[in-house]
Design a protein around this ligand. Structure first.
Ligand SMILES: *Cc1c(COP(=O)(O)O)cnc(C)c1O
Length: 375
């Protein structure tokens, strides 16, 4: 059996290890100096006034819901083509995710359908920068302004993407990053809220730390809070990873271009994740799509064949509205979001990370070519 090629891999070097072990030699494992240092660096990077570190991207999204006062019965318009956390955070507060289908090119939410989904109960729009591509934030912002809605950017897959001078995370009232090991940079587990709004920042800071007020007594709690803190061990890793981010993003762009070269002649069989005009895309994953000549059966067979050869791959993303508990809670079903459904049954996420070699890319491409039946 040939050597395995993982779907994703963190990029950890000796500098990262030293940064983590240095914290372990101090008594400040949590709420120490690494926390504000990491937050300031992320705020500077994203170009926002505030950054609030938390223990996951999901926690970051949840605190955005709470800070924006999303409540029982409120409607939040979001994408059915995403990692499930972007929609679950709405359910956490017993609010209602109202899905709007995506655009076939960017795979991000379609502003025209968002506009149509607005009702008297709509409280917010939560757009997802899927695979590092950016939502049409100008259009979403004008819809939000017109109807008096809050705007949330799930930029958990888009750290480093930008349009003009604006970086991912900074387009909405608040944005979120995630630092799970498959993301552009990692803290092991971790997340971040970025915002220019003082009220969101203050509420998020308090809620991630058991509802304590800034500088208050340890056992004085002014609101309902959580333990969503990110330890200084994680923050030290984040600081060290952030220093290498641009280099890592360049490596990822190179890997994406190798794949594009390999697949250049296969336009009749697969669609490549191209560039996004006017956007500097931070590559999160490399997801190809089978053309309409193929469907779920062929796709699933290809995934099996690749896995049998030790090649990591996956079906990013099954539609959220077709997950069993969503069907139960929201009574959603097949046919409701046709673009999402059509895309979702044809995607193949291929191995993708900073250290993937051109040799690995050739191996993966060859395996995909031979797994693909002739149209
Ligand atoms: C990774 C991710 C999250 C949340 O990440 P966790 O840190 O695993 O909680 C949220 N939304 C999207 C779109 C993601 O890809």
């Amino acid at each position: 059996m040939p050597r395995t090629i993982p779907l994703s891999s963190p990029d950890i070097d000796q500098t990262d290890i030293d940064a983590v072990t240095a914290v372990l030699r101090t008594p400040s494992l949590s709420l120490g100096p690494k926390l504000p240092e990491f937050e300031q660096l992320i705020a500077d990077y994203a170009g926002t006034k505030h950054a609030i570190a938390v223990n996951s991207g999901t926690s970051a999204l949840h605190l955005c819901m709470r800070a924006l006062d999303i409540q029982d019965g409120d409607e939040v318009i979001t994408s059915p083509f995403s990692f499930i956390a972007s929609s679950n955070c709405i359910l956490f507060e017993r609010a209602v995710p109202v899905f709007a289908d995506i655009l076939g090119d960017t795979l991000c939410i379609d502003p025209a359908l968002v506009e149509k989904a607005v009702t008297k109960k709509t409280k917010a729009i939560l757009g997802v920068d899927v695979f590092g591509k950016l939502c049409d934030w100008e259009a979403l912002k004008s819809i939000a302004d017109k109807h008096g809605l809050a705007l949330i950017e799930d930029s958990c897959e888009a750290l480093g993407s930008s349009k003009g001078k604006t970086k991912a995370g900074a387009f909405a009232d608040c944005g979120t990053f995630a630092f799970y090991p498959n993301k552009q940079m990692t803290t092991g587990e971790g997340g971040m809220i970025v915002t220019d709004r003082d009220d969101i920042a203050a509420a998020a800071r308090s809620m991630r730390n058991q509802g304590r007020a800034e500088g208050a007594q340890w056992l004085a709690h002014e609101r309902l809070g959580y333990n969503y803190r990110l330890s200084d061990i994680n923050c030290a890793l984040g600081i060290s990873q952030l220093r290498k981010l641009e280099k890592g993003l360049a490596a990822r762009a190179r890997v994406a271009s190798w794949y594009a070269d390999e697949f250049a002649q296969m336009g009749d069989r697969i669609r490549l994740p191209g560039d996004q005009p006017g956007v500097n895309v931070s590559w999160f994953v490399y997801v190809v799509r089978l053309t309409e000549k193929y469907g779920r059966t062929e796709r699933d067979r290809i995934l099996e064949k690749l896995r049998a050869q030790g090649i990591g791959c996956n079906n990013y993303f099954p539609p959220i509205h077709l997950q069993p508990f969503y069907r139960r809670i929201l009574r959603t079903k097949e046919g409701m979001y046709p673009v999402t459904e059509s895309v979702a049954e044809r995607t193949i996420a291929l191995p993708f990370h900073n250290r993937l070699s051109q040799d690995d890319v050739r191996t993966v491409a060859e395996a995909l070519r031979s797994a693909l039946p002739s149209p």
